[in-house]
Every structure is written in structure tokens, then in C-alpha cells.
Design a binder for this molecule. Structure first.
Ligand code: SAH
Length: 372
């Protein structure tokens, strides 16, 4: 059978794999077993799927493939963050980041389990061109397939030994998830499959500049990740400059869509706000935010700018960041300040770029990573 007619298991939701099995004349339930091997055990070689009959395995090896991104490099930050350079089947590269977080001890002094987060890309590059983001400077090469999006999670979980551990994913790597809607949502459904990684949507966060038609669609999805909105500005003018898609889908419409967005009890939308020295970190900024977010179930996540060559803004001082946060909190908003993770290896927000891979090919640091 030619490679072109093979089914790529990595691109299948379980019901699609069931159809393939049926077409091959086998019972549908084998799809569950295959999902378990691929997603829970990180095994893609059909020959090793030992609970499938020998003949079926041989047949699957003929009829199917399971494409998996290759680890082309890893870099480990002094804070434990690991940035992966992944090579896709067509030779293009993306970056995905493992962010370990050890929460402070509980009130009784007891240690809390570390929180594990994978930051996942949805496109090679990004078309949004936000003024402060390095990925935007790359422009867009192409969107990722569902298999490439979910594949990043598979690869990181396998490489880091977390296949059996609960972890969170944030779609905050390269790309704009709502500019690649269908593949992104399909990837989330695959990751949520009860016979695969069985991730709860509560452990998934989709971050977007607010591509409005796609945001309206998201509002109707049965599988609903947490929503984070890259707000970054408090006036149309300012947002037009910082987040150019605002010229098409303005701030007012975006916030109206957020007001309508279906949220369950206790759920809130996160509003991300990058802090730029003498840009949007001013008293007008705080006043604007308080006013804009009035009546929305939201919380603010402040992102002090991660500076980079070619980004024409500066990061405000910690004092200024804390002052900004305090004022918002005094007005009754829930505020957090995002810790910059992995800045020394350029793995922090807005720093992912793969024009020229900087990591040594094949550099493997897995042995340095503490086992879970
Ligand atoms: N395209 C999506 C997800 C990618 S980035 C989005 O824009 O939401 C995740 C977050 O990092 C976004 O809020 C983005 O605006 C922010 N970001 C981009 N560049 C940054 C930088 N240099 N410093 C801090 N945050 C940045």
C-alpha cells in the first residue's frame, strides 16, 4: 500500500480510527487499545502493541502510520524550564516548553505537589504580528495539524516521564490557536479522549488575541478549555498598535463577546496584559482595565515584558509592576503577575522563534530532569 493512502493514527480522533479498523474488517474496539498504547504508553510501533493479534499488528503496520514530532534539541533553564525544539515530518521546526512549578508550602507547612505545565504551539510562526512578540516577527509559515499539536504533548510527556502524571497544557507557544481553529479543537478532543491521555478540559488553557468569529464558535463547543484573552491595551488606538488584529476585531466587540461567553460557576476568563515601560503601565492603564472589565467574570494576569533584540519596548521595574498590580487589586480585581520562566534560554512568553534553530541538534538533557 502506498504511503499516501495510509491512515495517520496521530491525526485521528478515536471514532476515525474505529472507521479505519472497520474498513480493514476488524472490530472497532481495537481503536481503544491503540489509543492506550499511543497516548498512555508513548508506543507507536504496532509490533509492540502486544494485546493486538499478530496478524492485526502486521496489517496495521501496512495500513497505518503514527507520525510523531522528533526531538531535535532540548535546552534546560536554571529555573527547571525545558525548551524542546521539535522537528515535524516536513522538516519544519517548532518549540514546546515544559514549565515545572513548585507551589509554596501549604499553611501547615506541608509540601504541595509540583504543578506541571506544557506550553504548546499551534502554528509554525504566527500571523498576528503583536508589536512586542518575537514569534510575530517570524511571520506565519503554516498551521499545525491536530496530530502535530497533540503530538507535542505526547512527546513532552514521554520524554519527561509524565505519561502517568496529571499535567496542564497552555496553548501559548508559537501561533494563534483561533487562527487554526479546527485542528486545535480536534487536538484538544484527542487529548481529552478517555482511552488516551484523558485530560480534563479544566487542565487546558487556550490563549488568544481574540479572532472573533472563532471565539464565537468556541463559545458553542462541547469541550471547553479555559479561556485567556491577550488584552494588552485599554483603548482601541493603543490596541490597534500593539495587537494589530484589533483593527479588524476591536476591543469593544471582543469584550462584548467575553461578556457573552458561557462560563460555569467559579470559572473566569483570564485577561493577559503585557506590561510595557511607559507604554501601558500607566495610571490610565489601571483605570482603563478596571472600567473595561467591569461586569465580566475575569481575572488579570500581568506579563512584565520579556525583552528581546528587535522588540522596541522595555520591561518595567518590579516595583512598578507590583504597584500596577496593587492598584488593580485595590479596585477589586483578581490579579496575578506571571513569573517569567526560562528567560535565560529564550523559552518565556513571546520568545519562541525557530527561523534558525539555536539548539544543538540532538542535545539531550533528559537525564538532568528530575523524575516525577
Ligand atoms: N497567540 C496567542 C498565544 C501565544 S502567546 C495569544 O496571543 O494569546 C502567550 C502570551 O504571551 C500572549 O498573551 C502574548 O501576548 C504574550 N507575549 C508575547 N510576547 C511577549 C513578551 N515579549 N513578553 C511577555 N509576554 C509576551
Amino acid at each position: 500500500m502506498s504511503i499516501h493512502t495510509r491512515t495517520d493514527v496521530a491525526e485521528c480522533e478515536r471514532h476515525e480510527l474505529e472507521q479505519t479498523l472497520e474498513r480493514l474488517g476488524h472490530p472497532r474496539f481495537h481503536a481503544r487499545q491503540i489509543f492506550q498504547w499511543v497516548y498512555r504508553r508513548g508506543i507507536t510501533d504496532f509490533a509492540r502493541m502486544t494485546d493486538l493479534g499478530r496478524e492485526l499488528r502486521a496489517e496495521l503496520a501496512e495500513a497505518c502510520i503514527t507520525t510523531t514530532p522528533l526531538v531535535a534539541g532540548q535546552e534546560r533553564s536554571e529555573d527547571g524550564t525545558v525548551k524542546f525544539l521539535l522537528r515535524l515530518a516536513d522538516g519544519k521546526h517548532i518549540e514546546s516548553v515544559f514549565i515545572p512549578d513548585v507551589p509554596p508550602a501549604g499553611a501547615d507547612g506541608s509540601a504541595r505537589p509540583p504543578r506541571i505545565t506544557f506550553c504548546i504551539s499551534t502554528q509554525v510562526g504566527c500571523a498576528m504580528k503583536c508589536a512586542f512578540c518575537l514569534t510575530g516577527k517570524m511571520g506565519i509559515d503554516r498551521s499545525l495539524t491536530a496530530g502535530e499539536i497533540a503530538g507535542q504533548v505526547r512527546v513532552l510527556a514521554r520524554e519527561l516521564g509524565f505519561l502517568e502524571t496529571r499535567f496542564n497544557i497552555v496553548l501559548m507557544g508559537m501561533g494563534e490557536p483561533l487562527h487554526n481553529y479546527d485542528e486545535t479543537m480536534k487536538a484538544l478532543r484527542v487529548l481529552a479522549d478517555e482511552h488516551g491521555l484523558a485530560m480534563s478540559p479544566r487542565r487546558m488553557t487556550l490563549s488568544t488575541v481574540g479572532v472573533l468569529p472563532a471565539l464565537e464558535r468556541l463559545a458553542t463547543e462541547p469541550l471547553m478549555p479555559n479561556l485567556a484573552i491577550s488584552l494588552h491595551a485599554t483603548t482601541e488606538d493603543q490596541r490597534d498598535r500593539l495587537v494589530p488584529i484589533n483593527r479588524k476585531y476591536g476591543l469593544k466587540e471582543l469584550l462584548d463577546a467575553c461578556r457573552r461567553f458561557p462560563l460555569k460557576r467559579r470559572e473566569r476568563i483570564t485577561f493577559e496584559y503585557v506590561l510595557l515601560q511607559d507604554g501601558n503601565d500607566t495610571p490610565e492603564g489601571t483605570r482603563g482595565l478596571v472600567k473595561l472589565l467591569h461586569g465580566i467574570k475575569g481575572k488579570v494576569n500581568l506579563l512584565p515584558l520579556n525583552e528581546a533584540a528587535g522588540i522596541p519596548f522595555e520591561r518595567p521595574s518590579d516595583d512598578r509592576v507590583n504597584h500596577f498590580a496593587r492598584i488593580l487589586a485595590n479596585h477589586g480585581l483578581t490579579v496575578s503577575v506571571r513569573k517569567s520562566r526560562g528567560r535565560d534560554i529564550r523559552a518565556a512568553c513571546g520568545q519562541l522563534i525557530t527561523e534558525s534553530p539555536r539548539m544543538a541538534p540532538g542535545a539531550r538533557l533528559a537525564s538532568l530532569i528530575p523524575s516525577p
